[in-house]
Ligand binder design. Sequence first.
Ligand code: ADP
Ligand code: ASP
Ligand code: MG
Length: 437
Amino acid sequence: MKIKVAKFGGTSMADAQAITRSADIVKADKERRYVVVSAPGKRFSQDIKVTDLLYECFHKLEMDGNFDSSFEKIRERFMTIAEELRPDLDMEECLDEVKQGMYKYGSTEYFASRGEYLSGRIMAAHLGFAFVDAAEVIVFTAGGEFDAAATRAKLKKKLSSVKYAVIPGFYGADESGLIHTFSRGGSDITGALIAEAVGAELYENWTDVNGFLTADPRIVEHPAGIKELSYRELRELAYMGANVLHPESIFPVRAGGIPINIRNTFEPDNKGTMIVPEITDARKNNTITGIAGKKGYSIIYIEKSMMNSEIGFARKVLSVLEYYNIGFEHMPSGIDTLSIVVADSEIAGRQEILLDKIQKTVNPDHVEIKDGISLIATVGHGMSFKPGTAAKLCGALATAGVNIRMIDQGSSEMNIIVGVATQDYEKAVRAIYKAFE
Ligand code: ADP
Ligand code: ASP
Ligand code: MG
């Protein structure tokens, strides 16, 4: 029998009604044998995700030594869901146990993981599936690094004897049982790991939009849907801010050659987006596949005459970043100039010391850090077949009155990254979208 792994995101688990929809989707296809769930997300735009409430609890514990009032909000959400769906499940007791664990283990990751744990318990009871705790099968090292080989072995062993199961997303544990989590949105990774371990035919990722859209629907009104996306395009778009799917969830499925299908729990008849190893020839006619972007970057701008002929210049600059353990995103260069794009979070509070060290190391004519930058990636395999893509993109930004602060055509020939002032970000995304619509 073929196996499908179905992951349901926060909105699909937000309340009893959404969970019922999700469960109906699972029940409609016997091949949907392994179900991965997120913690309940937002029910309406001003609502707070359970995971954020859990981080709030941890914060309260650190500040006041007590998180009772924040925990009550979590209790209420789960009690309401359980009362509507599974009055037979002793939710009150589950919640008390979780709260005791929070005081006992007291780590931010333990706190954060409990939303998925509880949501998994409810979904398993509701579906009549086994509950497999992620702490048993998703393995981290004691230092909190994810351990892929150990995880694969544990998942294979455990799931070979469980035909239908619900597994909570987002977390796992180390050898001593301490809980660790992936980064935010990490339930997507759990689903991908399970799909690979069980050799699934398909990894379904059920969310609240009709698949991957050509742009962020919060910026562009009704962007077109993307029927098919290659693993590489997905990686670029997801990494650059299209947070429909966690960018790291691609690696396990790519290893197993398993397609991902992004679907909408609230419109289950829509076929959504298929993410496949290679795109079909027909798609190569489209110039671009999608646009994604992120705020919160700075550019380290270095100028020095004859820089280009100074052997080892870039290496010396990068050694400064390495010294301060700063990762960088892009590094376009000219004859006498070098720009290094870094996330603000990487250099926060260290700008002065960084400038000083660069000055001392390579003695440039000028060095400065320009902050308030946003990056926008325009992605598509079709770009390498169509001359003039960059010209069209730059023209659209010029017409919209957006100044390009940095431009980098990726070596893969399937993306163009521009850096713009953050106040121009939304305007720039809309202009690019319109140009390629
Ligand atoms: P889930 O909780 O199901 O994992 P997420 O909130 O993580 O869902 O991801 C889905 C959301 O991603 C959508 O509701 C949408 O607002 C946002 N999003 C951003 N960029 C895109 C895009 N290019 N296509 C579709 N959705 C996008
Ligand atoms: N609940 C976690 C988060 O909000 C993980 C996830 O939803 O994938 O980040
Ligand atoms: Mg998500």
